[in-house]
Ligand binder design. Sequence first.
Ligand code: ADE
Length: 379
Amino acid sequence: MSETDSMKQLYDSIQVLEAPPSWDGREELSEEERLKALNRPLMAWYRENARMLPWRSSKDPYRIWLSEIMLQQTRVEAVKPYFHRFLQELPDIESLAKVSEERLLKLWEGLGYYSRAKNLQKCAKILVETYEGKMPEEFEEILKLPGIGSYTAGAIASIAFSVPVPAVDGNVLRVAARVLGDRTDITKPSFKKRIESLLKVTMDQENPGDFNQALIETGALVCVPNGEPKCLICPLASLCKARRDGLYREIPWKAPKKSRKKEALTVLILEREGQIALRKRPTSGLLASLYELPNKPGRLEEKDIPKAFGLEKKEILSVEPLPAAKHIFSHVEWEMIGYRVRLKGTFGGALDLLFTEKKNLEGKYPLPNAFSTYRKLIM
Ligand code: ADE
């Protein structure tokens, strides 16, 4: 046998091994019918395979809401300790409404997207003031709350109150696009709207909360975003057009993102007799109201530091360059360089600087992850 023949035989055998778990051949199904046909295998699979997750053990809308907000930015495993810590200190909507912003941001520290934490509290205050401290049960009412979009409102209404509304996140968009063999750009709001209206009528009306979580779970565990989907164990494989046509790389389609703006920044570890200087950020914009290490735009040289930061040369004991660092936000990227500047005890401070004991960085002042490289160098 020639080399090409033997290769062909090998490929043929792989094809046989990888044949879809019996494509059901129902070409004629409309989109609505195809999605409706998912319900039975999906729910059976979920009953057997759902992960035991802390927020799945109760129908408390507060827990479900909190978990969904945390899960929008971080993986399940990373969310678990935050979820427990948050609930231990703020066990209900009232305690969330009352907590100081500083403590709230400290509990959120490391999760990123701090505006989400602030919106949680804004909502909690509205709930206390106008809804007797309770989450409303209707999808439309939940949707009116700040920071809550159709996905979160759908998740809360369906999981906590069994309202038959879909909760369409990135996982669900991916699964739906693949099952329907749809090459539309899934980041388009019109695609999400279409999937939401389809699922609203096709979803399991008796167990909407489980249905939504089952689709999310399939997206997270089987029809995965990175790498090959696990079609051989997928409960939806026999109905999936992308699987039938070998299109899992092409679907879901996402239009290329615009490149992020890069911003250069010079960051200081500014020390005075064992204390460290922090600064509070403005109350709006990126990382609003959080503390930060003093910094200025641009890549400053050592000689430019005194003027840029309003320090007198005679007050400076030493300046030592630190490693460069990078932090990626959703729309900008910080390219940082840093210096450790030691000041004499006679330095009288500056209006915008707060000098504090280094140990307070552990408990008191929320310092965003963006500064983690320099935070680790604070000894
Ligand atoms: N990701 C988003 N919501 C989720 C949920 N309820 N369970 C597991 N992963 C999720």
